[in-house]
Design a protein around this ligand. Structure first.
Ligand code: C5P
Length: 222
């Protein structure tokens, strides 16, 4: 195998959480660190790909040799991904917030002293992976999603594969005892139309390298 198996390939990767504003000073977020998505971006760049990493707010450094587009909300992430198409491979590893606050207040919500508490209303965010996977004009050759679940991992991943138009789903069990969210290791299962491949527990960098090798192998078959 060549040292730059992804040379000439354009890869778009999402990583990290999104922040959904409640008002100018508050937001809703999740525990994603961005480690897995960033490691995939680094490994893909190392393999010679032209990588755009669309990253939510994270506290880890930018990977080397990668174009980084920083966003906060799911809607900003979607716009940045749309702008980075066309590409050969899309890897949607971000933990996108499923919902945003319906009325993101222009002013800080204040306590009024009456003891009344605000009630937040939510609306559904756009599904970025589904938008890319079901894209009528610019669907990449290979679309890869993630599924972080605490139960019914494979059934849920297979559902996502179909619904979101993905070719592969990288499924992982994020039950708190596995310490995946924010941790440095991951145990993943690759779910495709052909079946399920179980990978042993390894560091997120190793998962990234194996995934990049699987991608290079897949692209070489077209
Ligand atoms: O449905 P669920 O959030 O579990 O799906 C996870 C997969 O879908 C991940 O690949 C994630 O990046 C992607 N996703 C997305 N936009 C959303 C929600 C999830 O791209 N709004």
């Amino acid at each position: 195998p060549s040292e730059a198996p992804l040379k000439g390939k354009r890869i778009v990767i999402t990583s990290g959480p999104t922040h959904e504003a409640i008002d100018p000073v508050r937001y809703i977020a999740n525990r994603s660190s961005g480690r897995q998505g960033h490691a995939i971006a680094a490994a893909a760049a190392q393999a010679g790909a032209d990588v755009t990493l669309v990253s939510g707010p994270v506290s880890i450094p930018d990977p080397k040799g990668v174009k980084v587009v920083r966003v906060e909300s799911a809607r900003e992430m979607q716009a940045a991904v749309e702008q980075s198409l066309p590409c050969d491979v899309a890897i949607m590893a971000a933990a996108v917030a499923d919902w945003r606050v319906a009325s993101d207040a222009a002013k800080k919500i204040k306590k009024d002293g009456s003891g009344k508490v605000p009630a937040l209303q939510f609306v559904e965010n756009p599904d970025i992976l589904a938008g890319v996977g079901n894209h009528t004009r610019l669907r990449p050759r290979l679309v890869i999603g993630f599924a972080a679940e605490t139960h019914d991992l494979i059934e849920n991943a297979q559902g996502k594969l179909k619904r979101k138009g993905a070719d592969w789903i990288v499924a992982n069990d994020v039950s708190p005892e596995n310490n995946v969210m924010g941790g440095t290791e991951n145990t993943v299962r690759i779910v495709t139309a052909d079946g399920v491949e179980d990978w042993p527990k390894m560091g997120k960098e190793a998962v990234a390298e194996q995934l990049v090798a699987r991608i290079a192998n897949r692209l070489s078959q077209d």
